[in-house]
Design a protein around this ligand. Structure first.
Ligand code: NAD
Ligand code: UDX
Length: 455
């Protein structure tokens, strides 16, 4: 029986390995992590991440051929294929701080694999890494003296949070990068076989290692660029009474442009986009490609502009003062259907509102625990309220920051009746029925559309 190990039981390692185990009943999959609490949660009925459909997949495979453990060494010793899916955050110190990827967790894994392994292994980069990291990994792994041989592959993950299970079940493609040497090809084939259990062969793309590594950064840069592009146009729409939804539809029907990822918003969040673009920027800089670096940096700058613009507009429209005013934030997660708040625009928006001495009340169906951690330093100044009706009680404004389905279904008349007047509603996702809200009496501001004002 083939044994697969995954180091890192996070948003990627957990769901990805659960799907591999579900689809390959003849393969034993173990996911290890140094975080005992996380592993305990994976072994419980209360999984550490909220992801639609994840419970079913885990319940089917766990205990059969899917195991979660903190015994990293045992896992390494027994495995044939080792996925490394640890975090690769932006470096906060030293050379490249604020831009380069922090590779210490990856390197620690490589050294631990080298220390413990006594048999040949295929080591798979699942984490998102700078292009040519595999070369460094190969040098570390093949520096041992115990005769074990290591083949390094790149197999970046393209799942998006909130739709992880659907994305894993029916991926647009699986990308595997490896060397074209006989051993390299054999290793690539071993990984192709794992995915071929459910992914059609034509969707499994094999490339050289560096193309695979770079494709991941490029895919995220392109996706984020689309969001920043439409958000930049949303600012122009607000100035000209063009409607960004209409513009997005009109351009998206051009088959060369396509309709996806053109939803204007309060800004993109999530653990990947900003980090991966900055990683790309740093790489370009380090190869002396300053113009290329500057081009991509602009995508992140535009996103920051969009987040700040949202707060500036709130302030301006609410008579240039929000001091002492209660503002209810509907949603804190960086997108719907996840409890994840990493890089959520809501974090900056909350802090900017507090700077203006507003009273901030935050509600979210899944993300309040993480919101409390993100705002730990200002926790005394923020109220966390699971019930949106209570959150809006006495509020001067509601600002919708996450497009949760349940926010469409609220009774906005009831909310309006409990708010301070005049009542303001800022829809950071263009998620609600603005005409209906205006009819109730709200002053409605959305992204990239003319406001609907009573006053
Ligand atoms: P995460 O922070 O949720 O999980 C990483 C886990 O690795 C943590 O639980 C941590 O404790 C563990 N870990 C770190 N060092 C370890 C070690 N030496 N031994 C054992 N465990 C260790 O991160 P994530 O969101 O799952 O992302 C992982 C990687 O996948 C990143 O490189 C990220 O860029 C990439 N990625 C993430 C997403 C996403 O949607 N979150 C999508 C595609 C790719
Ligand atoms: C992203 C990539 O999509 C995924 O392929 C990669 O593996 C990890 O990074 P994720 O960050 O989980 O996934 O979610 P995604 O759906 O890409 O959304 C990212 C951010 O962009 C969210 O804040 C979302 O609200 C925002 N967004 C997305 C928009 O504002 N408008 C859009 O049209 C699309």
């Amino acid at each position: 029986m083939t044994k697969i190990l995954c180091i890192g039981a996070g948003y990627v390692g957990g769901p990805t390995m659960a799907m591999i185990a579900k689809k390959n009943t003849n393969v034993q999959v173990t996911v290890v992590d140094i975080n005992q609490q996380r592993i305990d949660a994976w072994n419980s009925d209360n999984l550490p991440i909220y992801e639609p459909g994840l419970d079913e997949v885990v319940n089917e495979a766990r205990g059969r051929n899917l195991f979660f453990s903190t015994d990293v060494e045992k896992g390494i010793a027994e495995a044939d294929i080792i996925f490394v899916s640890v975090n690769t955050p932006t470096k906060t110190f030293g050379h490249g701080a604020g831009c380069a990827a922090d590779l210490q967790y990856w390197e620690k894994c490589a050294r631990q694999i080298l220390e413990v392994a006594t048999s040949d292994k295929i080591v798979v980069e699942k984490s998102t890494l700078p292009v040519r990291t595999a070369a460094a990994m190969e040098r570390i792994l093949n520096s041992g003296r115990n005769g074990a041989h290591f083949d390094v592959l790149s197999n970046p993950e393209f799942l998006a949070e909130g739709t992880a299970i659907a994305d894993l079940d029916n991926p647009d493609r699986i990308l595997i990068g490896g060397h074209s040497t006989p051993e390299g090809k054999k290793a690539v084939q071993a990984l192709v076989d794992v995915y071929a259990a459910w992914v059609p062969q034509e969707k499994i793309i094999t490339t050289n290692l560096w193309s695979s590594e770079l494709s991941k950064l490029t895919a995220n840069a392109f996706l984020a660029q689309r969001v920043s592009s439409i958000n930049s146009i949303s600012a122009l729409c607000e100035a000209t009474e063009a409607d960004v939804g209409e513009v997005a539809y009109a351009i998206g029907t051009d088959s060369r442009i396509g309709p996806k990822f053109l939803k204007a918003s309060v800004g993109f969040g999530g653990s990947c986009f900003k980090k991966d673009i900055l990683n790309l920027v740093y790489l370009c800089e380090s190869y002396g490609l300053h113009e290329v670096a500057e081009y991509w940096r602009q995508v992140v700058k535009m996103n920051e502009y969009q987040e700040r613009r949202f707060v500036d507009r709130m302030l301006k429209e609410m008579f240039n003062t929000i001091a002492g005013k209660r503002i209810a934030l509907f949603g804190f997660a960086f997108k719907a259907d996840t409890g994840d708040t990493r890089e959520s625009p809501a974090i900056l928006i909350t802090r900017e509102l507090l700077e203006e001495n507003a009273e901030v009340v935050i509600t979210d169906p899944q993300a309040l625990k993480h919101a409390e951690q993100d705002l730990a330093d200002v926790i005394d100044r923020v109220v966390f309220e699971p019930d949106p009706y209570k959150a809006a009680e006495g509020a001067h404004a509601v600002a919708l920051l996450t497009e949760w389905k349940e926010y469409k279904e609220l009774d906005y008349q009831k909310i309006f009746d409990r708010m301070a007047q005049p009542a303001f509603l800022f829809d950071g996702r263009n998620h609600l029925d603005h005409q209906e809200l205006f009819g109730i009496g709200y002053n409605v501001y959305s992204i990239g559309k003319a406001p609907l004002k009573h006053i």
